[in-house]
Design a protein around this ligand. Structure first.
Ligand code: AMP
Length: 403
């Protein structure tokens, strides 16, 4: 392997996010996003980070992912970072669902693509979009190693007691129903970065990671290995999220169908896209919710309380799962920025050794930091996540090993 650059692609159904990194120092050379692919109003936003210039935006129809990646390649070429360069070592793809099969990042070949395809029934929205990105990138650079990094892989270490639902295992196995978990690259990165922040090896610490973005999940990580996580067969289970309900009595679904007369698709949309903070108060952005609370808005206050109550329950549950906890790490948009969420989530948990120092918690920053008092038994940390760097790191390590 001669190159040192890795292109990270995160391909959604109508979007393509990318970053180009130089793995000699993990620096970001360029980053960008193509939105609304397939529509008349597509937009490409490209930031030439290495060149230090302003972001460039181009509007106009981009028909498909193939055209999107070619447009990205052109932008990169303008910065002298063309995808035909020998400096490009590999492309790393985010793939949402790797099922039980993919426990590690994997070099992509036809058999790997076929297996990702077989998993479409458990990830009908995400895996087809991820596959489109993979196929497009392979067509553009068929000679280049391409690596799939799975959102589920970090969670494949969960014991059966945590991964199984309490249903007939024959039915579960026939339909591949079990708890897979998601946001795995983030949980992996943040749990390791938290150990580093504590000055310890990942094997020597137990961490509760709270990934609170628009999607949100918690994980219990013992000695660097995930032992439980809050998302399940799909990302719908667990915490209250921006637009997802999280945990609910499954009988709510029967009730909505039988008594409410809703179709399965309507219920799916309701619980995934119109619930959570948005469903409760009409806003899914925590900044807006805090602003409304400050103005005395009761619906926003109740949404916040429900969000925090669920979060606290998971902290308690994972504390019990782990037995001893070295740190609780907050990450992603809400976790990194919303000091009131961190404060409220650990309020009253002094008995568990958990507290935030109000002064430390109020300080903003983009570096990992501890926001608990020095005297606290358990560190409360804010650890910015970096899924692209994690995908690039895993991709580069795997390609380096194979050449
Ligand atoms: P993510 O999915 O990690 O990009 O997180 C997106 C979410 O982070 C948004 O929907 C906001 O709710 C939240 N967020 C971003 N910035 C802030 C902030 N400064 N304060 C509170 N919440 C924020």
């Amino acid at each position: 392997m001669t190159g040192t650059r890795v292109l990270v692609l995160n391909s959604g159904s109508s979007s393509l996010k990318y970053q180009l990194l130089d793995m000699r120092d993990s620096s970001r050379l360029a980053a960008g996003l193509v939105e609304r692919i397939g529509e008349q109003t597509s937009r490409l936003k490209h930031t030439p980070l290495a060149a230090g210039g302003d972001a460039r935006e181009a509007d106009g129809p981009i028909a498909d992912h193939d055209a999107a990646l070619k447009a990205v390649a052109q932008e990169l070429a303008r910065d002298g970072l063309g995808l035909d360069s020998p400096d490009l070592a590999a492309i790393g793809h985010r793939v949402v669902h790797g099922g039980m099969f993919f426990t590690q990042p994997t070099v992509i070949d036809d058999a790997v693509i076929a297996e990702i395809e077989r998993l479409i029934p458990v990830a009908p929205l995400h895996n087809p979009a991820n596959l489109t990105g993979i196929r497009t990138a392979r067509a553009l650079r068929p000679d280049l190693p391409q690596v799939a990094v799975f959102d589920t892989a970090f969670h494949t270490t969960m014991p059966e007691s945590a991964a199984r639902y309490a249903i007939d295992p024959r039915i579960a196995d026939r339909h591949r129903i079990r708890r897979y978990g998601f946001h795995g690259t983030s949980h992996a990165y943040v749990s390791r970065a938290t150990a580093e922040l504590l000055g310890k090896a990942p094997e020597d610490v137990n961490v509760i990671v709270l990934h609170l973005g628009n999607g949100a999940s918690a994980s219990a990580v013992r000695g660097g290995r995930c032992v439980d996580t809050s998302m399940g067969l799909t990302p719908l289970e667990g915490l209250v999220m921006g637009t997802r309900s999280g945990d609910m009595d499954p009988a709510v679904i029967f009730h909505l169908a039988r008594v409410g007369g809703m179709s399965m698709d309507e219920i799916d949309t309701l619980l995934n896209k119109r619930s959570g903070l948005f469903g409760l108060c009409g806003d899914n952005d925590m900044r807006e919710i805090r602003r409304r609370i400050d103005e005395g808005d009761e619906a926003a206050a109740l949404a916040f309380d429900i969000y925090v109550h669920r979060l606290k329950k998971y902290i308690g549950a994972y504390y019990a799962v782990l037995g001893t906890v070295d740190a609780v790490a907050f990450t992603a948009g809400v976790g990194e920025n919303a000091a009131p969420v961190r404060e409220a989530a650990v309020a009253g948990l002094e008995g568990l050794g958990l507290a935030v120092d109000p002064g430390r918690n109020a300080v903003r920053g983009d570096r990992p930091r501890i926001v608990s008092p020095d005297s606290a038994r358990v560190a409360v940390a804010v650890v910015p996540t970096d899924e692209e760097l994690e995908i690039a790191t895993q991709t580069y390590a795997l390609v380096g090993k194979n050449t």
